[in-house]
Design a protein around this ligand. Structure first.
Ligand code: SAH
Ligand code: SF4
Ligand code: F3S
Length: 483
């Protein structure tokens, strides 16, 4: 193995939610003092980390097929006299633990999401002992108290290589106590816990000083945030958002993912009072049937969700909504599914993610009777996705004629174009010079496609309608990170 001070290659592969994107950057930071620097390919890497997701069956399978490929890389490098440390992090690591090294004995380190601050010590142990290191406990200390300042730019979906730090994620809360019937997160991420206010504000100021203009606060249930404030009192997410809004140079604040049950009056009011809080909210509902919501242990009814959306829209009339849906949960009947379609029609979503139920070992729903046939679940998923696509296109079309402030994040698809995000998280293309990247400007939205819009800078050139269909594929890339 190379000497401790020489530069070593580090290759991190990330699946799952935005929190994994954030964590991957933090693991890179914690390994930097050991000489590890990011490299593009596993062939050039002295260490490969797979940051994994366990949310659905397919997500977990991808990990083992990637491991199969890495085994060959490790063997080839060994033939050339080079070591490769393979580490499996994230939610599959937490859920499977030793099972991973049993199935893939060439894995050196298995580490759960709460142990990343101990990674340097694990690397040293793996090198010394040449054996396996498995750390999947939930330590008493908070990893954020031990991780260094964020230095690695995160691979934030939608952000451009031209301005990597312009939009940033910031984890403020982790874990979940809700125990929805279908979900592994409470088991893989542990109990809900919030970072102290001072630590969040310090990181936000640091990100802004490094060029961030938009910060998305992250948490598995981010609106359950209750961090200890400098005075020792409990701060809500709304109070935290107010404090963040005072940071000079921070133009935009977003947060994800919220639970309907934790949407309190103060947070709703913040959408009215804080111009920095963007008018876009991802608020998963999963189903529109009360019977299913109860079976899923979601703790609210479909009408309670409708009322909540009414209150949010009263506070911020242009609020765009996004959601998550599961079809085919055990016991779901045609009438239940119809109630989901009805809820979608009633609310009108700007975008949404929908999934076929995937049984997860150890969760209550996995052992429930009345499994829905695959073919039925497939049909329901198709019908729901068709409706959601229609709504997304309708929302985009509805934006035509609006004037919106756009944050420009990178070059467009065509020469002379630049790309950015509207307040409603839509990708937007306009004609303009690259000097605008990193800036914000008012744009007239002139045309819409299914996944994006286009427009013209006020007083600027107009985009020909023929170009609008070509920006279609620049759709919000969140899904890329949601397995
Ligand atoms: N904390 C978030 C959800 C995180 S998981 C919340 O409560 O909304 C992201 C999404 O994955 C969930 O909203 C759900 O729609 C989906 N999901 C979770 N477990 C699933 C499973 N077993 N099968 C299919 N989809 C699932
Ligand atoms: Fe999973 Fe439910 Fe917790 Fe969301 S609220 S992370 S779906 S258990
Ligand atoms: Fe874990 Fe996020 Fe996936 S919490 S299971 S990586 S969606």
């Amino acid at each position: 193995m190379s000497s401790p001070n020489s530069t070593k290659g580090l290759h991190v592969i990330t699946w799952g939610c935005q929190m994994n994107v954030y964590d991957s950057a933090r693991m890179t930071d914690v390994l930097a003092p050991l000489g590890y620097r990011p490299v593009e390919s596993p062939d050039a890497a002295d260490m490969v980390i797979l940051n994994t997701c366990h949310i659905r069956d397919r997500a977990a399978e991808k990990v083992f097929s990637e491991l199969g490929r890495l085994r060959l890389v490790k063997r080839e490098r060994a033939d050339q006299g080079r070591d490769t440390v393979i580490a499996v992090a994230g939610c599959v690591a937490q859920a499977e633990g030793e099972e991973i090294t049993r199935r893939a004995p060439y894995v050196d380190i298995v580490l759960g999401p709460q142990t990343y601050h101990r990674l340097p010590e694990m690397v040293a142990r793996a090198a010394r002992a040449g054996g396996k290191v498995i750390e999947t406990d939930f330590p008493a200390e908070q990893k954020f108290d031990f991780l260094p300042e964020a230095i690695t730019a995160q691979a934030v979906p939608g952000a451009s290589a031209a301005a990597p730090g312009l939009t940033a994620f910031l984890t403020v809360q982790e874990g979940c106590d809700k125990f929805c019937s279908f979900c592994v997160v409470p088991y893989t991420r542990g109990a809900e816990s919030s970072r102290p206010v001072a630590s969040v504000l310090a990181e936000a100021r640091h990100l802004v000083a490094r060029g961030a203009r938009e910060i998305t606060l992250l948490g598995q249930n981010v609106n359950a945030y209750h961090g200890t404030g400098p005075d020792g009192s409990d701060w809500s997410l709304a109070r935290l958002a107010h404090a963040l809004a005072e940071i000079d140079g921070l133009w935009r604040i977003r947060y994800t993912t919220s639970h309907p049950r934790d949407m309190d009056d103060d947070l709703i009011a913040a959408h009215r009072d804080l111009p920095q809080l963007m008018p876009f909210l991802h608020l998963p509902v999963q189903s529109g049937s009360d019977r299913m919501l109860s079976a899923m242990n979601r703790g609210h009814t479909a009408d309670a969700y409708r009322r909540l959306v009414d209150r949010l829209r009263a506070a911020r009339p242009d609020l765009a909504l996004s959601s998550d849906f599961i079809v085919g949960h055990p016991g779901e009947t045609e009438a239940d599914f119809e109630a989901t379609l009805q809820l979608v029609r009633d609310i009108g979503f700007a975008q949404a993610f929908s999934f076929k139920y995937s049984p997860r070992p150890g969760t209550p729903a996995a052992g429930a009777p009345l499994r829905v046939a695959e073919s039925v679940a497939d049909q329901r998923l198709q019908a729901l996705q068709a409706l959601l696509r229609e709504q997304q296109a309708a929302f985009n079309a509805d934006c035509v004629g609006r004037r919106a402030e756009v944050l420009f994040t990178g070059p467009g698809r065509h020469p002379g174009q630049i790309a950015g995000r509207t307040p409603w998280l839509q990708p937007i293309h306009v004609e303009g010079g690259e000097s605008l990247i990193g800036a914000r400007a008012l744009v007239d939205i002139r045309a819409a496609a299914t996944n994006s819009v286009s427009g013209a800078l006020i007083g600027g050139a107009r985009i020909a309608p023929s170009q609008t269909s070509e920006v279609d594929c620049l759709q919000p890339a969140l899904e890329d990170h949601r397995a």
